[in-house]
Design a protein around this ligand. Structure first.
Ligand SMILES: Cc1cc2nc3c(=O)[nH]c(=O)nc-3n(C[C@H](O)[C@H](O)[C@H](O)COP(=O)(O)O)c2cc1C
Length: 182
């Protein structure tokens, strides 16, 4: 239980893209700006997570330990990942593989952001993986926003009336679900 008081939410946000101009990472930064004062969105990069090796699980690298600690401390998880060849990115899957055997992930409420309406395969596969890992997908908090092909960066997303409202609505649904589940 990490909420400082009843209505405070601490959320961990992961992007499946390492690209500097990533739409997925931009969406997470926009969400962090759009979040109300009682909702803290902590974006944690996955670029320093080494390739998963089960042999190293008992002596995990410091970046993995840090990720697990952030996950344990959060009330909910937000994931935004591109689709690569109909799957989630290796960056995201690799990070998730490190989290399979621990208890930090179990029952964690999850919001998914899909920044491309055509990217249905990766979302379906990501959902299957997250459910298999005993995460709690919050259906009302899943949002698809048409960023791919747009010119929108973080500030553009924040300023976009429809897209920013969709993000805020999903975030609100996630926080509602967290409240209900506690
Ligand atoms: C290696 C690679 C494979 C891709 N495969 C797909 C795909 O299968 N389906 C799709 O809709 N987009 C695909 N794309 C497009 C990306 O999903 C798109 O560029 C997305 O914006 C990348 O996310 P980012 O902006 O957060 O980096 C692919 C892009 C790359 C680089």
């Amino acid at each position: 239980m990490t909420r400082n008081h009843v209505n405070h939410f601490r959320l961990l946000a992961l992007s499946g893209s390492l690209r500097a101009a990533s739409f997925n990472t931009a969406a997470l930064h926009a969400l962090a700006q759009l979040a109300p004062d009682n909702v803290n969105v902590l974006i944690s990069g996955l670029g320093d997570i080494p390739l998963f090796n089960p042999d190293l699980e008992n002596s995990a690298p410091s970046s993995v330990i840090a990720l697990k600690e952030k996950l344990r401390a959060c009330d909910g998880l937000i994931i935004a990942s591109p689709e690569y060849a109909h799957g989630m990115t290796g960056v995201l899957k690799n990070a998730l593989d490190w989290l399979v055997s621990g208890d930090e992930f179990v029952d964690k409420p999850i919001m998914l952001i899909n920044t491309s309406p055509r990217a249905t395969h990766a979302q379906a596969s990501l959902k299957e993986v997250l459910i298999t890992m005993s995460g709690k997908l919050i259906e009302n908090a899943q949002v698809t926003i048409p960023l791919l092909g747009s010119q929108l960066d973080c500030q553009g997303i924040v300023a976009h009336v429809d897209i920013s409202q969709q993000l805020k609505t999903s975030l609100n649904e996630l926080c509602e679900a967290i409240t209900q589940l506690k």
